[in-house]
Design a protein around this ligand. Structure first.
Ligand SMILES: *Cc1c(COP(=O)(O)O)cnc(C)c1O
Length: 385
């Protein structure tokens, strides 16, 4: 490919937030204008409306919006009074926030390995992580399975171990809101579910945002209080617990109400794009697996390349104007702030291998066929070279 053709090609966005913005058009402008007219910027009427819509969308009794996906995770652990001496089991192959919230509260994250085929928590390793926690004198209190890249974890298998070990299950669905597991939408699985509305997530807002879903009335009450400094609902100047400033802005709620209306449609489009990648790449690369009875919302479309191939692949893709991203190049147990925390006995070899071998391709609901054909052609060429 010469310099000239490269300049002629429009750069391919990794996630095309602008295309979605064009589709939403005036509806989002109007929604924002309503908020800047009524001026209830904090916990305005749109926040309640969004919470109703989110709960209805996934079938949970409660949806409590908050300031980020990280806050959503933290609010649940705070509500459970998890702290020093407690162990919270989570995968190592995830975004840092999953483990960060446990550490921030003085609890100890304990790392489990993930499954080679789904990249999600390996249940045998979860059991070993519980044993590792006990061996260190920690009380295993909770497990945070992650629905990585939009694909649900094996929630039935995790629930079995959790029941046997007395663990609270907090589903980290930051990347997977809208996905289903055996006919149930995430948000209704586990004791509580946290999601994120960071712009790059499948359902993103125009800033930071998140939500907790739960069917537990008492837990929901506590989270509503903790989200605003631990207020007493009968006397707001009597704070009854130590909380955070964790509200979702009304403007973000107004935007999310409009975006939720097209979300099902976008999930279909993401699945269409993923199916096109699968069909065109399965003969040359390890394409993502979606087990029977699961659906994904494709937060990422991730290939596994095999050892030692990623750098050359990334360079070859870049040469052809196609952006890629390595999620995640370092598992948490190899990172500076997390390396000293305990892990399941036998180490986390799958997390280590995946971190070295995975690469994500452009993926969003507005990936049209010609653009995708360019990506596919680039992948096939890059893998041959
Ligand atoms: C994005 C993400 C979070 C945190 O969400 P924020 O809204 O960015 O705070 C937590 N866990 C996982 C797995 C994520 O991908």
């Amino acid at each position: 490919m010469n310099q000239h053709t490269r300049i002629d090609l429009k750069p391919i966005p990794f996630i095309d937030v602008a295309a979605q913005r064009r589709r939403l058009g005036q509806s989002v402008d109007d929604a924002i204008a309503r908020v800047t007219t009524h001026c209830q910027f904090i916990l305005g009427p749109e926040v309640k409306q969004l919470e109703k819509d989110l709960a209805a969308f996934c079938g949970a009794r409660h949806a409590i919006s908050c300031a980020s996906g990280t806050d959503a995770l933290e609010l649940v652990l705070l509500a459970r009074e998890i702290g020093p001496g407690d162990a919270v089991i989570c995968p190592s192959f995830t975004f840092c926030a999953t483990a960060e919230v446990a550490a921030l509260l003085g609890a100890t994250p304990v790392f489990a390995d993930v499954d080679e085929a789904t990249f999600n928590m390996d249940v045998a390793s979860l059991e070993r992580a519980v044993a590792a926690a006990r061996k260190q004198g920690l009380k295993p209190k909770a497990v945070i399975p992650v629905d990585l890249f939009g694909l649900p974890a094996d929630h039935d298998a995790i629930a079995k171990v959790a029941a046997a070990e007395g663990l609270f299950v907090l589903d980290d669905a930051a990347q997977a809101f809208g996905a289903t597991y055996k006919g149930k939408k995430l948000g209704t699985i586990g004791d509580a579910c946290a999601t994120s509305f960071f712009p790059a997530k499948p359902l993103g807002c125009y800033g930071d945002g998140g939500a907790v879903m739960t069917n537990d009335d008492e837990l929901a009450d506590r989270i509503v209080s903790l989200r605003v400094h631990g207020f007493n609902k009968d006397d707001k100047y009597d704070n009854v617990r130590i909380g955070i400033t964790g509200r979702l802005d009304t403007i973000q709620a107004a935007i999310l109400i409009e975006k939720l209306k097209i979300f099902e449609d976008e999930i279909v489009a993401r699945n269409t794009a993923a199916a096109r990648y699968n069909a065109a790449l399965a003969d040359v690369a390890a394409v993502p697996l979606v087990p029977e009875g699961y659906t994904s919302v494709w937060a990422q479309y991730t290939l596994r390349l095999g050892p030692g191939r990623r750098d050359a692949f990334v360079a070859a893709m870049k040469e052809r104007g196609v952006p890629t991203a390595a999620y995640y190049p370092k598992p948490l147990h190899r990172q500076g702030a997390y390396g000293h925390f305990p892990a399941a006995a036998g180490g986390l070899p799958v997390s280590d291998r995946l971190a070295a071998e995975v690469i994500s391709l452009p993926m969003h609901a507005y990936l049209d066929e010609p653009t995708q054909a360019r990506v596919i052609e680039a992948v096939r060429a890059a893998l041959k070279s």
